[in-house]
Design a protein around this ligand. Structure first.
Ligand code: ADP
Length: 252
């Protein structure tokens, strides 16, 4: 078993101070191995996004310890790529220039990354859309561009916060298969927040359930299906038993 890549030890988060204080997370402990795909489930408001932002260095801790690659998380880092529900592409830039935008921000050489950006867009089936602007792309295509943008500078971790929840059911299924294909190729460590139990079980090596008030991790379940996966696993009794177990844990 390899050393954990992400390690949270009694992580706590309190927003605001005094009478307005909100304890979002009480004592969160978990670890994620390098290259592992871990989803986080839990009711709205239980602190899933807060936890993800803390791993990404975008929120401070109020207590406990959080390390990535053995180092405490202090600031946002280029080791981490983040994908949100809204792909937030720049409307005046082409798909290719949107993918290259982090390179511009990081003041790296665009020429050096151009072929990588093109390869990523080809890999997600957008070879004919590289010169198109966001309004010319479907929701699923825009989210594919956002995934390429997060991968272009080769981060070690992908943090995904309900990335497919704005898509229709068919596009969402397609994106799940697409994401697994990308992940099989790149094998980055992924933390994936979702409300969909079936999506979590289909994608993940492990699913963490958050709950309680203030919240903590109430369950940590392995999804032992061989990879590469396809939707036939969702018809198996084992898949459905894991989903029922997780649903009970969330409802508790
Ligand atoms: P989830 O992602 O599970 O829906 P969040 O992490 O968004 O949960 O929120 C967890 C709790 O922290 C909620 O009670 C929310 O209202 C509170 N919260 C989130 N962000 C802030 C903030 N910037 N200031 C104050 N409270 C916040």
């Amino acid at each position: 078993m390899s050393a954990p890549y992400i390690e949270a030890d009694r992580v706590r988060k309190i927003y605001n101070h005094g009478p307005a204080a909100v304890e979002a997370l009480s004592s969160i402990s978990f670890s994620v191995a390098p290259g592992e795909f871990v989803s986080i489930l839990g009711p709205s408001g239980c602190g899933k996004s807060t936890l993800l932002m803390m791993v990404g260095g975008l929120e401070t801790l109020s207590g406990g310890r959080l390390t990535v690659g053995g180092r405490p998380v202090e600031n946002p880092s280029t080791d981490i790529g983040i994908i949100f529900q809204d792909p937030t592409l720049l409307p005046w830039k082409t798909a290719l220039d949107n993918v290259l935008f982090p390179i511009h921000i990081l003041k790296r050489s665009k020429a050096e990354y151009r072929s990588r950006a093109e390869d990523l867009l080809r890999m997600v089936g957008l070879q004919n859309s590289m010169g198109q602007r966001p309004h010319q792309l479907s929701g699923g295509m825009r989210q594919r561009v956002a995934i390429c943008r997060a991968l272009v500078y080769e981060p070690d971790i992908l943090l995904m916060d309900e990335p497919f929840s704005a898509l229709d059911a068919i596009s969402r299924d397609e994106m799940n298969v697409e994401l697994l294909r990308i992940w099989d190729k790149y094998r980055r460590t992924v933390l994936f927040v979702t409300h969909s139990i079936r999506e979590a079980v289909f994608l993940s090596d492990r699913v963490l359930v958050m709950g309680g008030s203030p919240s903590s991790i109430v369950s940590d379940v392995r999804c032992p299906f061989p990879r590469p996966r396809d939707f036939s696993i969702s018809d198996t009794s084992e898949f459905n038993e894991i989903c029922s177990f997780l649903r009970e844990k969330i409802e508790e």
